[in-house]
Design a protein. Structure first.
Length: 334
């Protein structure tokens, strides 16, 4: 009797039997339920600058769906454009001890001490798109330096003296201390320093306000009849900048950035913007819920991690416009 042949035959029969069971019943995912159990019943508090515009609305839409799907609670505390209201909202949340606080900062300093207090109290903190000078467990959002660097290089190509243009450009910023302003401005100035091809004739703050941006652009265009280009820091604000350019009748290249809402594509299509650097709110939302999921599953205490997820940019021009270039809030909510 060949024992090896008998054992081999028995093993093959066993494997075939097990395979047959798997084919009929599938294979149980042993980590799924423990993962869901770690998320279920947890609490996340979101403190945006305001729920009155597209960026926080988009992030909230993605987070709401994820919270419902995974069983954690999402509580939104609207700062309504007030740093005092936002500080009170974060302070109140600290007393309630949620598992995570997600914060959109107004600027790099206002919430710094409060965010440290939250982490010291054992609450993990995620900053979204607008970073504080105080680093927390995670930052999810735009690479402002990279956006500034890209915009500066584009205007070198479009407006540089070596290209036969005037080389004169202007900058329309948001608030002077906002992360989107300070880091983006640094990207622009570092890229253009010691470069005689470009002259920045104006760099002013419009505080995210369309009417201020329009007034600044009107004045700069009047003072510089040969202005070639403008770098704006937010497409919603720069609807005013674009209006001033169109009123002037001049060929001035406007590059701006934003979350990629459908109005950005409409602005490119109708000529308000020549180019929009989109940091893609739905993509940021996906990165945000992934970060929340990782931190909720982690057994490490608050402050143990400090990682960054920069959003890949989409470049929107008339040449790149397509059905997937921009997003619609109603669709994102559905």
């Amino acid at each position: 009797m060949d024992i090896r042949r008998i054992l081999t035959g028995s093993l093959i029969s066993l494997l075939l039997a097990v395979s047959g069971v798997h084919a009929q019943e599938g294979l149980k995912d042993e980590i799924r339920q423990p993962t869901l159990d770690m998320l279920k019943g947890k609490k996340v508090v979101f403190v945006p600058m305001s729920m009155s515009f597209d960026l926080p609305e988009g992030w909230a839409a993605v987070m709401r769906k994820d919270a419902e799907r995974r069983g954690y609670e999402l509580d939104i505390r609207d700062s309504n454009w007030s740093t005092d209201t936002g500080t009170r909202a974060i302070t109140q949340a600290i007393t309630e001890k949620p598992d995570i606080i997600v914060v959109q900062n107004f600027d790099v300093t206002s919430y710094a001490r409060t965010l440290k207090r939250a982490q010291d109290a054992g609450i993990k903190v995620v900053q979204v798109n607008m970073r504080s000078s105080y680093p927390t467990d995670a930052f999810v959002g735009a690479d402002w330096y990279g956006i500034g660097e890209y915009a500066a290089k584009r205007l070198l190509d479009v407006c540089g003296k070596s290209k036969g243009k005037s080389g004169k450009i202007a900058i329309v910023q948001g608030p002077a201390t906002a992360a989107a302003s300070v880091y983006q401005l640094n990207g622009i100035t570092e890229t253009l320093k010691d470069n005689d091809d470009i002259e920045i004739v104006s760099s002013q703050t419009a505080d995210w306000d369309q009417s201020k941006a329009r007034g600044i652009a009107q004045t700069v265009i009047q003072q510089n009849p040969d202005l070639c280009g403008i770098i704006g820091f937010w497409d919603v604000m720069d609807a005013g900048t674009g209006a001033a350019i169109q009123e002037s009748g001049k060929d001035i290249y406007l590059i701006t950035s934003g979350g990629g809402n459908k109005t950005a594509c409409q602005g490119v299509e109708n000529g308000t913007f020549d180019e929009v650097i989109s940091y893609d709110v739905p993509g940021q939302g996906r990165d945000l819920i992934s970060t929340i999921s990782i931190l909720l599953q982690s057994g490490e205490p608050a402050g143990s991690s400090n990682f960054v997820l920069y959003t890949p940019n989409k470049i929107i021009t008339k040449d790149t416009l397509g059905p997937e270039s921009c997003w619609d809030l109603d669709v994102l909510k559905s």
